[in-house]
Design a protein around this ligand. Structure first.
Ligand SMILES: [Zn+2]
Length: 340
């Protein structure tokens, strides 16, 4: 199967597979909060050290051909919080991957250290960006903001980012980020459909047959939904749903969008998704607006599920199939879209 790299070869900033496998960001919103807590608050007073670093940063720009806005991306118009050089240095020092390189810099010929900043040697030398919040900020700046990204496709976004920053899994992260951008999907009819999988519940009361949750797969474009009443919200249940109720009936979705719930990030789930050849996209990692939009897409169905559970009847799982059928019938008649 050709991957996105072979379709679009990029000769600099080559990926080291060993680096990427464990470094593809799967950060959750809690990770990001955690990282924020550990990041120093940037004071508005410029210390002498800061002045020195700001000056030296300018020197780095000259000597290594970093583009002038490489560490000073203004995104005020979209309220995306950018970060300072201080924050980047601090984040590198808190990052195990960077720490290892910094401590053994002679062994890592691909990296140099300038003014406390770990920089990857490339055609465009670029500072290493640690896992977590900063990577997400960069993706937002160069894809989402009107000034810099304006929802350009993968190649343009990659081109912009790699001139300024480096991290080992950046190609895959950019690819996933753009694939999971609802706005891009919405306005590009040629782009593949993206079904979102979710658990709803626990629903009270538990049904007579012992069902407590509803698992759903909703296509964000056609809004077509498949639902099933299930006993629990475990990875096993999600895998079983995907096998028995989706791939055997509708074929294999090319990618599946989920949140970062443990049932969706489990090894079991990743194995199945790999087996069927689909790409797993994590909505919380990617677009701040993705979750909200998926929720909005699902809101009609969610309202129906809520109404179902508010009836407080133990046979709500019997009614689920009728509710879903009616929902899909009305969606289908308005959009004329084929599911998935
Ligand atoms: Zn987009």
């Amino acid at each position: 199967m050709p991957d996105y790299l072979s379709r679009s070869p990029v000769d600099d900033a080559e990926e080291d597979p060993d680096e990427t496998t464990h470094l593809i960001s799967k950060s959750t919103q809690t990770d990001i909060l955690y990282n924020n807590e550990n990041s120093p608050i940037i004071a508005s007073v410029e210390t002498r050290a800061m002045k020195f670093r700001n000056k030296t940063l300018h020197d780095i720009s000259n000597t290594t051909e970093l583009t002038s806005d490489s560490l000073n991306t203004s995104t005020e118009e979209n309220c995306t919080t950018s970060f300072s050089i201080e924050e980047l240095i601090q984040a590198q020092q808190n990052d195990n991957y960077a720490k290892n390189i910094l401590n053994n810099i002679k062994k890592y010929k691909n990296y140099i250290v300038k003014y406390n900043l770990l920089i990857r040697r490339l055609n465009h030398p670029a500072p290493y960006v640690p896992q977590g919040d900063l990577r997400r900020t960069i993706l937002q700046i160069y894809h989402d903001t009107a000034a810099n990204g304006a929802h350009f496709g993968r190649n343009k976004t990659l081109h912009k980012i790699k001139q300024r920053y480096f991290w080992p899994s950046m190609y895959k992260d950019i690819e996933n980020y753009i694939k999971s951008c609802i706005l891009c999907t919405q306005f590009n009819p040629h782009r593949q459909k993206t079904p979102a999988m979710d658990f709803h519940g626990p629903i009270t009361p538990t049904s007579q047959r012992g069902n407590k949750y509803i698992i759903s797969l909703t296509d964000v474009l056609s809004k077509f939904a498949v639902t099933k009443a299930v006993r629990d919200n475990t990875a096993q249940t999600a895998v079983q749903f995907l096998k028995e109720d989706i791939t055997s009936k509708f074929g294999t979705p090319r990618c599946i969008l989920t949140d970062n719930g443990t049932h969706f990030t489990s090894t079991l789930m990743n194995e199945l998704i790999k087996q069927i050849g689909a790409t797993h996209l994590y909505s919380t990692l990617h677009h701040s607006q993705t979750n909200g939009q998926v929720e909005r897409y699902n809101s009609t169905m969610n309202a129906k599920i809520a109404a179902l559970s508010n009836l407080n009847k133990t046979n709500w799982d019997d009614q689920l199939s009728f509710v879903t059928f009616n929902y899909n019938a009305s969606i289908h008649s308005s959009t004329k879209q084929i599911p998935f």
